[in-house]
Design a protein around this ligand. Sequence first.
Ligand SMILES: [Zn+2]
Ligand SMILES: [Zn+2]
Ligand SMILES: [Zn+2]
Length: 140
Amino acid sequence: MSAADHLLAHQGIRNTAGRLDVLRIFIDHGHALSQPDLERHLGDRYDRVTIYRTLSLFLEKGILHKVLDDAGAMKYALCPDTCHAHAIAHAHEHVHFKCVRCGNTTCIEEIEVPVVKLPSGYDLQERNLLLSGVCKDCNA
Ligand SMILES: [Zn+2]
Ligand SMILES: [Zn+2]
Ligand SMILES: [Zn+2]
């Protein structure tokens, strides 16, 4: 069983070819990807609706989480293992890092988004923090 098969089986998701292909792309890349990135990798094997539904299912099941990129683009990244057990309310309060050289956005799971105290009258719903600079691959 591949890592992708295993993850789908663990989450009780039927392993269609499309789901496996999408998941493998995330596992191979190790950084956040947008739907257009996925479409580029998959060629014309699947239509947009299939890819979109697969992403929605993976978000719901704690396999992927959303990553807000600097240009307002929505990307997706693999969840840490801890999400798989708590798929219903998985929250992502780790920092994301966008590299100005390769353009990749990576999860920095070791660093939590710092707590910010809001003025009264404001209710917090989500915390996102995107840092940018040169990533460790480009720095190597
Ligand atoms: Zn998650
Ligand atoms: Zn880089
Ligand atoms: Zn992340």
